[in-house]
Design a protein around this ligand. Structure first.
Ligand code: PSV
Ligand code: MN
Ligand code: MN
Length: 426
């Protein structure tokens, strides 16, 4: 199923006048405060976020999985789903593939379909956390395994992923390592780190000059005693030993509760070490809940750091990659992704509204209350009309989820692909 421009314009027509009223009201208020509305809307229009191939099917937990029907059965159908998201939201135009789940059976078919849908290939993801028929098991680790032959196999896999990505036009490799140990004494933490560094060096060396390596960290799970790359510091240490095209990837769910993620962002930007983001939200751990569903204020504060870091010249905005990393057990994943794209846009817009001059003055004057007021002023503002306007101008739907439901997209996908179709992925 595809959504046409006519579907969208026809739907938008019915809500245009109500939207215009809301927009005029907000523009009036903001213009009085000296905000350049149109420049703001242009920034919102430009901000695009990649979607991972594994977020398009129903995810599971270790207790079970509940399919929702109409899930994409292959890479072509995953691209079609991203095409639907793109048509509705105009907020995403790239997909992040995971190998071996998404190995193209025919490259020209895949690149042809992607260009027909206007989709490009974001960073590639390798998989050395599962066994899928390869020679040696990853049960006790991959790039940091005590056995050299297993480390070599994991390095070769990453190089294969780079080769696949080159054929698709991707420009990056994301490495998330599940490696670690479950019990004290199980592994030598120092040796494991050194082996990981050596393996990553081989991978980095195999990357084309115009690629970047995005290195994730995660404190625990699937290993519960020690993880080789548990935090941003270890990731940064490894990246620095590799070279300046290796940087730290911040996955919002990969922190212990109450970690000050915005401070991590500030610290990484301070050293030009921020590769990008995996957006999601969490209550307890790596919950992969919908972005902004639990801690929208934290997301806003993260964007405040990102915007100030780039405006102050610490690190360029263009050097940072944006992606959603979520996997849902109870929601229609396409609806979930639309919710995530919306809330990311909202927090981004609110952060753009912060009066940074005033904030800076408050910081210099030691005006604690004034500084907080600056942030609250922007955070409490309802910016949805601006986000909607940006989407309409880009050719998207004024209200993506409503139109998705009106067009009965899921029902159509179930008819096309079956009620029990299963997506390859997590
Ligand atoms: C596992 O925690 C994970 O969610 C990582 O964040 C990766 O980015 C993703 O899976 C795909 O490998
Ligand atoms: Mn991630
Ligand atoms: Mn994760």
């Amino acid at each position: 199923m595809r959504i046409t421009q006519e579907n969208i314009s026809e739907n938008n027509q019915s809500i245009l006048s109500a939207h215009q009223q809301e927009l005029d009201f907000l523009s009036g208020l903001l213009s009085k405060e000296g905000v350049d509305i149109w420049a703001l809307i242009d920034k919102i229009k430009e901000f695009q976020i990649a979607v991972p191939s594994w977020a398009l099917g129903a995810g599971g937990t270790r207790f079970g999985r509940f399919g929702l029907g109409g899930e994409p059965r292959n890479l072509e159908e995953k691209l079609e789903d991203i095409g639907l998201l793109k048509a509705l939201t105009q907020k995403t135009s790239s997909v992040s593939l995971h190998i071996p789940w998404d190995i193209p059976s025919d490259y020209s078919t895949i690149t042809g379909l992607a260009s027909e849908l206007g989709i490009s290939f974001d960073a590639m993801n390798s998989n050395t956390f599962q066994d899928y028929g390869q020679q040696e098991t990853y049960k006790l680790g991959s790039l940091g395994n005590a056995k050299k032959s297993i480390r070599n196999q994991a390095v070769d896999h990453n190089i294969q992923v780079i080769e696949i990505g080159k054929k698709l036009g991707s420009k990056g490799l994301t490495v998330w390592l599940a490696d670690g140990s479950n019990f004290p004494g199980q592994s030598s933490m120092r040796n494991a780190l050194q082996w990981t560094q050596e393996s990553l060096t081989q991978i980095y060396t195999a990357m084309p000059d115009d690629w970047k390596l995005l290195l994730e960290y995660k404190p625990y799970e699937p290993n519960f005693y020690h993880t080789i790359i548990p935090d941003w510091g270890t990731s940064s240490l490894l990246c620095k030993s590799l070279g300046d095209r290796a940087k730290v990837l911040v996955d919002l769910g990969h922190h212990l509760p109450n970690t000050n993620i915005e401070q991590i962002v500030a610290t990484l930007m301070y050293q030009d070490m921020l590769a990008g983001f995996h957006f999601n939200d969490s209550k307890y751990g790596d919950d992969d809940l919908t972005t902004g569903s639990i801690k929208p204020y934290q997301l806003f504060l993260i964007f405040c750091e990102l915007i100030s870091g780039s405006e102050d010249g610490a690190q360029t905005w263009e050097s940072i990659s944006w992606m959603i990393d979520a996997s849902h057990n109870t929601k229609d994943p396409l609806e979930d992704l639309m919710q995530a794209l919306e809330v990311i846009s909202i927090c981004f817009t609110k952060a753009l509204l912060v009066d940074r001059k005033k904030l800076s003055a408050c910081q210099l004057d030691g005006d604690v209350v004034g500084a907080q007021e600056c942030l609250q002023e922007a955070f409490q503002r309802d910016v949805r009309p601006l986000v909607r306007e940006a989407r309409i101008q880009n050719g998207g739907a004024a209200n993506p989820i409503t139109l998705y439901r009106k067009l009965e997209v899921r029902k159509n996908l179930i008819q096309e692909r079956g009620a029990n179709s299963r997506s390859t992925g997590l």
